[in-house]
Design a protein around this ligand. Structure first.
Ligand code: S3P
Length: 425
C-alpha cells in the first residue's frame, strides 16, 4: 500500500459498527436467555475473537458479515472450555471476559498474541481477587496468560485508580455473579456502553456520578441491537476531511455517545469545520451523520476529563495537530503507553520520521504543526497507528508506505478500500 498527496477528498461513507458495542453484544447475548440479534456488527479480528471464545464455551453463534445471532444460555449456561481461550489482539475481550469467567464454577484459561501478553492485567486481577475470585497470571508477570474461576464471588465496592471502561466493565460483569450490589468508581468517566447495554438486557444497574453499581444474579434477556458506526473508525475520515485540500465528506450513522465523542470537541476547538447532522437516538445511543470540510486548524491543549473520551483517537488527533498552526499539548494520557503499542512512542517515532516537531512526555506529547514528508510507517502491528499514518500520508510530500498495514483488520478491515474511493489524486 502506498499513499500519496491528494488534490481533493469527496464523498459519503459509512464506517463499520462500533467495536465496543459489538464485543458487548456478543458477550451479554451469550449470558442472556434467548436470542440476541446484532445488525451492523463489526466483522473485524477483535470481535471475531470474542465470538470464538463464546463458541468454545458451547454458545451457538451464527455470523454472516455484520449480522450475528447469538443463542444465549443464561448466566449459568457456559460450558468449561476444553482448551485455552484465544483472545487474539483484543484487550476488550481479555478484560471483559475475565469478569464473566471469574464467576463461573469451572476453571478456565486465556491467552492472546504478543501484544496482549505485554498488556497490564493487574488492573483486573486486583478487584477480581478482592471479590474472592481465583485469578492468576500464569507467568506471574501481571499479564496474560491468565487462569481463573471455580470460586464463589462476593460483592465489593471498587475504587479504580484508572479511568478504564474495561476495568469497570470487568468488575460489573463479575458483579452479575455475586450476591448483593457490586459497585465501581473511576477517577474520570470512561465509556458507558456496558451500563447502557446491560440495563437493556435487564440487569439492575445504575450510575451516579463516577460510580456504577449492579445487583447480582439478574435474569438477562436477549436483545435486538442495531450497532451504530464506530466513532474511532470515523475519526480517520474526520481528520482527513479537515486536513486535506478541497475536502467535503459526510460520514453517516456514527455513534456520538458523549463518553466517546471527545474528538468532535477537539476538532471544533482547533477551528475545524465539523457539524453533526440528523442527530437521533438508536437503541439508547446517540447517533449522527458527521460533515467535515477543509479547515484552517490551530493547536490546542487536550487534557483532563476529555482524555478517556478520545483515548483511541489520539494517534490520528496527533496527525491533525501536526497539520495545525502552532502548538498542541496532549496531557494526562499515560494510558497510551499500555494500548496495542506504546502509542506515545509509536506516534512520536512515526511523526518524527515525517519531519514533524514532536516531543514525547510522560503522559502525552507536544506537537508543533508544520509540513510533513513521507516515510515507511512502523506500525508495530497496531491498527490505529497504521490508519492514523495513512491519513498523514494524504498530505505528506512523497509516497508513504507501511511495514505492515494488514493490522487494520483488527478494527477496520475495509479501511484502505474506503480511503481509495474518496481520494482524488
Ligand atoms: C474499550 C475501552 C478502552 C479502549 C478500548 C476499548 C472498551 O480501553 O481503549 O479500545 O470497549 O471498553 P480502556 O477502558 O482500558 O481505556
Amino acid at each position: 500500500m502506498a499513499i500519496t498527496k491528494v488534490k481533493s477528498l469527496k464523498g459519503e461513507i459509512t464506517v463499520p459498527g462500533d467495536k465496543s458495542i459489538s464485543h458487548r453484544g456478543v458477550m451479554f447475548g451469550a449470558i442472556s436467555e434467548g436470542i440476541t440479534e446484532l445488525t451492523g456488527f463489526l466483522d473485524g479480528a477483535d470481535c471475531r475473537s470474542t465470538i470464538s471464545c463464546f463458541r468454545a464455551m458451547g454458545i451457538d453463534i451464527s455470523q454472516e458479515n455484520d449480522h450475528v445471532i447469538i443463542h444465549g444460555k443464561g448466566l449459568h449456561g457456559l460450558n468449561a472450555p476444553t482448551n485455552m481461550l484465544d483472545v487474539g489482539n483484543s484487550g476488550t475481550t481479555t478484560r471483559l471476559i475475565s469478569g464473566i469467567l471469574s464467576g463461573q464454577p469451572f476453571v478456565s484459561a486465556l491467552n492472546g498474541d504478543a501484544s496482549i501478553q505485554k498488556r497490564p492485567m493487574g488492573r483486573i486481577i486486583t478487584p477480581l481477587s478482592e471479590m474472592g475470585a481465583y485469578i492468576r497470571s500464569l507467568k506471574d508477570n501481571g499479564c496474560a496468560p491468565l487462569e481463573m474461576g471455580g470460586k464463589p464471588l462476593k460483592a465489593i465496592h471498587y475504587n479504580s485508580p484508572v479511568a478504564s471502561a474495561q476495568v469497570k466493565s470487568c468488575v460489573l460483569l463479575a458483579g452479575l455473579y455475586a450476591d448483593g450490589v457490586t459497585s465501581v468508581s473511576e477517577p474520570v468517566i470512561s465509556r458507558n456502553h456496558s451500563e447502557l447495554m446491560l440495563s437493556g438486557f435487564g440487569a439492575k444497574i445504575k450510575t451516579e456520578g463516577l460510580t456504577a453499581s449492579i445487583e447480582g444474579f439478574p435474569k438477562l434477556v436477549g436483545q435486538k441491537i442495531d450497532v451504530p458506526g464506530d466513532i474511532s473508525s470515523a475519526a480517520y475520515f474526520i481528520v482527513a476531511g479537515l486536513i486535506c485540500p478541497n475536502a467535503d465528506l459526510l460520514i453517516k450513522n456514527v455513534n456520538t455517545n458523549p463518553t466517546r465523542a471527545g474528538i468532535i470537541k477537539v476538532a471544533q476547538a482547533m477551528g475545524g469545520n465539523i457539524e453533526l447532522l440528523n442527530e437521533r437516538i438508536i437503541g439508547g445511543e446517540p447517533v449522527a451523520d458527521i460533515h467535515v470540510t477543509t479547515s484552517k486548524l490551530n493547536g490546542c491543549e487536550i487534557s483532563g476529563e476529555i482524555i478517556p473520551t478520545l483515548i483511541d483517537e489520539i494517534p490520528v488527533i496527533a496527525v491533525m495537530a501536526a497539520c495545525a498552526d502552532g502548538t498542541t499539548i496532549i496531557k494526562d494520557a499515560a494510558e497510551l503507553k499500555v494500548k496495542e503499542s506504546d502509542r506515545i512512542a509509536t506516534v512520536t517515532e512515526n511523526l518524527k520520521a515525517m519531519g514533524c516537531d514532536i516531543t514525547p512526555t510522560d503522559d502525552g506529547m507536544i506537537i508543533n504543526g508544520g509540513k510533513l514528508h513521507s516515510t515507511i510507517v512502523n506500525t508495530y502491528m497496531d491498527h490505529r497507528i497504521a490508519m492514523a499514518f495513512a491519513i498523514a500520508g494524504l498530505v505528506a510530500d512523497g509516497e508513504t508506505t507501511f511495514d505492515n498495514e494488514g493490522c487494520c483488520c483488527i478494527s477496520y478491515p475495509n479501511f484502505f478500500n474506503v480511503l481509495q474511493q474518496i481520494v482524488n489524486k
